[in-house]
Design a protein. Structure first.
Length: 205
């Protein structure tokens, strides 16, 4: 791919709308499409709505409630993030409730499934993993997030396994809340942490 601004003179001539059309027609994943469009717009000297999006990974370990996963899939699409689902799932991925929550965005979402968390760790190729839990003390906003980080969430009823939390204690984060609240809805918690990660990378301290 050309590197200099002069090499992208044709982007100025054709306009970024051409590349929006191209990226929709070519078989890119959501994260690849966001990266390509942001780079093309930047090289053309044009501001782009895609400049604010970065690539994070959201990992749901054994999720149980279809509407939560559907809503999180839609959230990931909006944020340019990849969604990973670790089996066993508490529902069929074709469940009507899941697709209704994801609306007509589901087919556009970059969703990847894994047989186990061990398979995910071994084969995903991802770097830093952050584990969200009510049992940690470090608030999520104290983490130093970077593009490409993965945010790990557990099942709605029990959270992440104790063994996983113990093995990754330095990377466990929590969302502080009033003592009267036991926990937050999974989709709500995901949105809070995902957009804090995006805020940090787009508006460094």
């Amino acid at each position: 791919m050309p590197e200099s601004r002069s090499d992208f003179r044709y982007v100025e001539e054709l306009g970024t709308s051409f590349f929006l059309h191209l990226a929709e027609r070519v078989s890119f994943s959501t994260s690849e499409r966001v990266s390509l469009l942001a780079r093309l717009a930047s090289c053309a000297g044009r501001p782009s709505e895609y400049d604010r999006l970065v690539s994070f990974h959201v990992v749901l370990v054994e999720p149980e409630i279809p509407p939560n996963t559907g809503n999180i899939a839609r959230l990931c699409l909006a944020a340019g993030a990849v969604l990973h689902l670790v089996e066993p799932l508490g529902f069929s991925i074709d469940a009507r409730a899941l697709r209704r929550a994801g609306m007509d965005y589901w087919e556009q979402c970059d969703v990847r499934t894994w047989k186990s968390f061990a398979d995910f760790q071994r084969d995903s190729g991802l770097g830093r993993l952050f584990f969200l839990t009510t049992k940690a003390e470090k608030p999520y906003w104290e983490a130093d997030f970077h593009d490409g980080d993965a945010l790990i969430f557990g099942r709605e009823s029990r959270g992440l396994p104790e063994s996983l939390l113990h093995a990754n204690k330095p990377h466990c984060l929590t969302i502080p809340m009033a003592a009267e609240a036991r926990s937050l809805n999974l989709a709500t918690a995901t949105g809070i942490v995902l957009y804090e990660a995006i805020r940090q990378t787009q508006c460094p301290r």
